[in-house]
Design a protein around this ligand. Structure first.
Ligand SMILES: [Zn+2]
Length: 308
């Protein structure tokens, strides 16, 4: 009887310990979700901490946050310098040839992402197959697609010249090279899931998700990545938005009313929108101390991103 009672007592203790463990594990799982990654509207703080910079109308059409789609053309006359990928890239991925080029920040962020991907998987066979395109190149692509697939199918896949995100140098198509050196489509699955899951950490978004084709006007393209910057990529990736929706969403965060605060694992960002003055210069309020990034939206204003 005693031994049996003892066993029952031990059984109860074990059950209690198990329950305690479950409670602790549940609490530990909840904490990161609730406290390390947050997006919320906050006030700006005292005006004395802000100053203004004056920006020309042309600046609306420049920067990492410009929206280029079927209704927003790229301004080639204001375009930024492109660099060949081959001359700037590290050894952890490939470029289709020595000529294809991108904006320098895009290449640097690819370097960081593919280095980390290689460290995770040992794979160095991701290949950038299409990067910056000038107007004539886009026209040739469209003409080729029309002759192979017909006009209706072609315009779902290939943008009109002037309206392709590839003109920005901030976007690229990637593929996977097999053992023979042939490239196969990048799906972002299986061995390559690291890239689709972590691209936001390097400032990239999958620009044309399958479930947003009615808004983007482009068929789902898991291989097309666009650089916009880390806090923006974080929000778009975690809130199931596309760039068109996000640019509209940001227009509610105006100085001096409210800004968007984004906390990502210890890094804190403030994001807000400043409408461009229709005639000439726009006074943009920015923090008096420290640096910030100001980008046009390619339409009617500026997105200000402050890293605290
Ligand atoms: Zn593309």
């Amino acid at each position: 009887m005693k031994r049996r009672a003892g066993r029952t007592g031990n059984g109860k203790k074990l059950l209690l310990l198990l329950l305690l463990a479950v409670v602790l594990i549940t609490a530990a799982v909840k904490i990161p979700a609730a406290f390390t990654e947050k997006v919320r509207a906050v006030s700006f703080g005292p005006k004395v901490f802000y100053r203004t910079v004056e920006l020309d109308r042309d600046e609306v059409f420049r920067g990492n946050m410009i929206l280029v789609n079927n209704s927003h053309a790229y301004r080639f006359d204001l375009g930024e310098e492109q660099h060949t990928i081959a001359s700037e890239k590290n050894e952890y991925y490939r470029a289709k040839n020595d000529e294809i080029s991108l904006n320098l920040i895009t290449i640097r962020q690819f370097n960081a992402m593919f280095r980390d991907f290689y460290r995770q998987t040992g794979l160095d066979n991701v290949t950038v197959i299409s990067a910056y395109r000038d107007y004539d190149y886009q026209q040739r692509l469209l003409d080729e697609r029309i002759s192979s697939s017909g006009y209706g199918a072609a315009i779902r896949w290939v943008a009109q010249p002037g309206f392709s995100e590839h003109h920005t140098g901030l976007a690229a198509d990637i593929a996977v090279a097999d053992a023979e050196g042939n490239t196969i489509s990048f799906t972002g699955e299986d061995d390559y899931a690291f890239i689709s899951e972590n691209a936001w950490k390097y400032g990239f978004i999958n620009r044309y998700p399958e479930n947003k084709t009615d808004i983007t006007g482009i068929a789902g393209e898991p291989w097309h990545y666009r650089y916009i910057g880390k806090p923006h990529a974080y929000i778009i990736s975690h809130y199931n938005l596309c760039l068109e929706e996000y640019e509209t969403y940001l227009k509610q965060f105006l100085y001096p009313q409210q800004c968007l605060r984004v906390s990502i694992r210890g890094d804190e960002y403030r994001i807000y929108f400043v409408p461009a003055s229709p005639d000439g210069k726009t006074a943009v309020s920015v923090p008096a101390f420290g640096s910030c990034d100001i980008s046009g939206n390619n339409e009617d204003g500026f997105v200000v991103t402050v890293k605290k």
